[in-house]
Design a protein around this ligand. Sequence first.
Ligand SMILES: Cc1cc2nc3c(=O)[nH]c(=O)nc-3n(C[C@H](O)[C@H](O)[C@H](O)COP(=O)(O)OP(=O)(O)OC[C@H]3O[C@@H](n4cnc5c(N)ncnc54)[C@H](O)[C@@H]3O)c2cc1C
Ligand code: SF4
Length: 340
Amino acid sequence: MNPFSLQHIKHTQDINGLSTEDGAKYIAGGTNLIDLMKLQVETPSQLVNLSQWEDEQSITENDDYFRIGAMVTNTALANYAYHQPSLSLLSQALLSGATVQLRNRATTGGNLLQRTRCYYFYDTTKACNKRQPGSGCAALTSMNRIHAILGTSDDCIATHPSDMAVAMMALDAQVSLTSKTGEVRNIPLRDFYCVPSTTPHIENVLKDDEVITAVIIPKQRHGTQYYRKVRDRSSYAFALVSVGAGLVLKNDTIEKLTLSFGGVGTKPWYPASAIRVLTGATFSEEVLDLAIDAELADAKVYGSNNFKPDLLRNTFKSVMHSLYEHQRENGDHEGALYEN
Ligand SMILES: Cc1cc2nc3c(=O)[nH]c(=O)nc-3n(C[C@H](O)[C@H](O)[C@H](O)COP(=O)(O)OP(=O)(O)OC[C@H]3O[C@@H](n4cnc5c(N)ncnc54)[C@H](O)[C@@H]3O)c2cc1C
Ligand code: SF4
């Protein structure tokens, strides 16, 4: 690990007075950044430690929304969301991520900005446009079983690994950012991440002088909710495919659908085409196929990940059937479906 200097902030206003060098990094739980520094993938000469940032360690709510401070841990958020029927999808997603020990350290801001788990990104002997722009992409023609099929480019096919972000996207979350001059921007999570295109090293719209202060989730009815994560083992593994969904059914009509996909996109995936097909439609096997066909129209496979379109289709349909059965039998149900 390279030597680095360390600064600390205690209050949001401290961000104002920070004088940081180019390439300085914020460190929250450190569960991703420290690993990357040990591997020389990230080599910041300066770290700004957020762990004592008192102002953003809690969750508040009013009549309209929940506000989750950037330093709320994944454990605290999962526990809170578990008791909120309208956020139950978020609790399921968080509890499917990593392990208890990691969730106790990992934070809301850090989870949103964690880097990809692409093997070649972590191996500094391999070509990787995300780590070193212009060097190439080893994954395109090598092992790409865990890689994306949606939003890819000839320069990068890495997925975004966060489960929490997938759930937050389904729940229409906004990311609240504060700049060193005190300017606040709230960006819908759907617009926060970038697809790789020719600049895979640019992963989101956060500016150099901005920090994530909070996530805001509007209070809405999402009906019966479900986060299903398909992975190689039942714990301590990232998603091959995940589906976060919430369904409000009226008679047999899909009155409202909340939906997002993980493990398949170069960013947490908001399936706008599928949602368009399904909203207001009568629930049927055919309409589910039409919806996922529309979403997969631009999908591209790369060899070892050829199984992903079918896995996504089957996971999506299975989740939708489970939600449908539960809504039919339980009318106005609001809350999570749990796998046995
Ligand atoms: C073995 C293992 C298994 C895992 N499994 C899963 C999984 O299944 N699902 C999943 O979703 N995650 C998983 N994770 C990832 C884990 O959830 C992330 O490492 C964690 O959420 C990152 O949070 P952190 O607070 O530790 O971030 P840090 O490591 O401190 O920071 C991560 C990045 O965010 C930046 N940052 C942090 N906070 C802010 C802020 N407020 N404003 C601006 N920038 C900020 C940092 O500069 C850094 O670039 C796993 C990790 C490990 C090691
Ligand atoms: S897929 Fe992206 S992160 Fe992985 S090697 Fe290629 S450029 Fe790097």
